[in-house]
Every structure is written in C-alpha cells, then in structure tokens.
Design a protein around this ligand. Structure first.
Ligand SMILES: [Zn+2]
Length: 255
C-alpha cells in the first residue's frame, strides 16, 4: 500500500508533515515544530502517532516533541550528531535505515544549515523529508557549517531520482523565486514554477511537495556547477562550491 502524507502549517511559517503507513497503521511526524497542529492533523486523519523523525536540532523543528511523546509514547529518532533534542530513543547516521511500520527510510547526512542535519529518503515511496537543507527554489541558511559542506549536501539530494517528492520545513517558495530570477532571469523552468506557485498561493494551497527533477531545472542552489549560472553572476570557471557560496551570500542580503 502506498504511503500517505498530510501537510499542515505550524508556528508562523513552518510545515509539519505526517507520514502514514496504512498497512501497519504506523504514523510518523517529520519533526515536531509544535504539538497542537500535529494533534489537530492526527485528529483529522484518525491516525495514531508512533514515531517522530527529527531532521535537526533547531527549536522550530523539535519544540513539540516533549508534549507529543508524553501523550503518545511515540519513538523519537534523531541525528547521532544532534544536540539538545528532547526525548531521543534512537540516533541515526549516514546510511542507516529507519522503519515506520512497513516503510523504510535511508538516512542521508546533509550538514551545512546545522552540523547535525539529516534527511529521510523513503526510496520505495519516492519521498524525501529534507528539513531546512533544501527548500522549493531555495536552500537553508548555512548557519553551523560552511558553503562547501552545504554544497556537498545539496548535491546528495540532487542525486535522488527525478520523481522523488521533496517535503521541506518552510513555505518560502515565492520569495525564493524572486531571488532566483536575479541569478537566472532567462530560465524558462523557473518562470514556469513562478506561474505555478502564484496559482497555488492564490488558492491558499501549499507549494510543497516539489519534485527533485523540477528543482534541478529551476533551483539556483542546485545549479552552481552549471556554466550559465556561474556566468550569470560573473564567476565563469570558478569552482562550484565558490559559486554556491556567492549565490548563498547574495540571498542572505537580498531584500
Ligand atoms: Zn533549521
């Protein structure tokens, strides 16, 4: 039976998401920004929380764990390199597998935004939960790591099969597109994504999930090794990690 997902808003601009395995009844919350919206989503679906899969230690991803665990006695899986994550039962690292009922995720370490950051890739279900590493047409800020590290992490996600659905931690798509157009003003795939995203937002719908194959065509942070992108920011011939660092720096100061 295919995996089911349910996406919902938490805090001011975080996404919460539940992953449900109908075969076993298991349900995982990917991160837990706050407890109440997770509870509301459980109530709406009738699903029972069995697991919380943590991507990284930031408060807007772990703030709801303690309350949810107290109520549901669920298992908390977190990165081995994580710090200050409440209620952890199991830690995982690169290459480990995590089961949610009959569903299986591969753990991919994606340091850069934080040093502990991991993604959960359910390859059979063509789903990846990437937290704050990759966003729709964007990527997370490089807070604890360095640009080389973040670029290497993004390349790992870029290598996932094109039809992998990506769930990320925030709805930043339109702002990201506005910036991306300054890097690649003539990218037709990016222009198409803008039209699509505006339609979804106008209907009050999320722009998430996105397909990694589409991101490869339009997300400048996944395209730092494409000559046209380097040329567009005056960095022809520079190493991709440097091009990535420059794009990230420009985004940080973009208004
Ligand atoms: Zn974060």
């Amino acid at each position: 039976m295919p995996a089911e997902t349910r996406l919902f808003l938490c805090l001011s601009d975080n996404y919460g998401v539940l992953l449900h395995d109908a075969e076993s009844g298991a349900t995982a919350s990917i991160d837990a920004p706050e407890a109440a919206p997770v509870e509301a989503a459980l109530k709406a679906t009738g699903w029972t929380l069995t697991d919380i899969l943590v991507t990284h230690h930031h408060h807007d991803h772990v703030g709801g764990i303690a309350a949810l665990k107290a109520k549901h006695k669920c298992r908390v899986v977190a990165p081995a390199k994580g710090t200050n994550i409440p209620g952890v039962d199991e830690t995982v690292r690169e290459g480990d597998k995590v089961k949610v009922g009959s569903l299986t995720a591969n753990v991919i370490e994606t340091p850069g935004h934080t040093l502990d950051h991991i993604a959960y890739w359910f390859h059979q279900d063509k789903l990846a939960f990437v937290g704050d590493t990759l966003f729709s047409i964007g990527c997370g800020r490089v807070i604890e790591g360095n640009p080389e590290m973040m670029w290497a992490s993004l390349k790992k996600l870029r290598d996932l099969p094109n039809d992998t659905e990506i769930f990320c931690g925030h709805e930043y798509t339109l702002a990201n597109i506005k910036f991306a157009r300054t890097v690649e003003p003539n990218n037709a795939a990016l222009q198409a994504r803008e039209a699509e995203a505006k339609q979804e937002i106008a209907k009050n719908r999320p722009t998430i999930p996105v397909m990694i194959g589409d991101e490869k065509q339009a997300n400048p942070f996944l395209r730092a090794d494409i000559p046209e992108v380097a040329a567009g920011i005056g960095m022809t011939g520079k190493p991709a990690a440097q091009v990535f660092a420059e794009i990230r720096a420009r985004k940080n100061s973009f208004k």
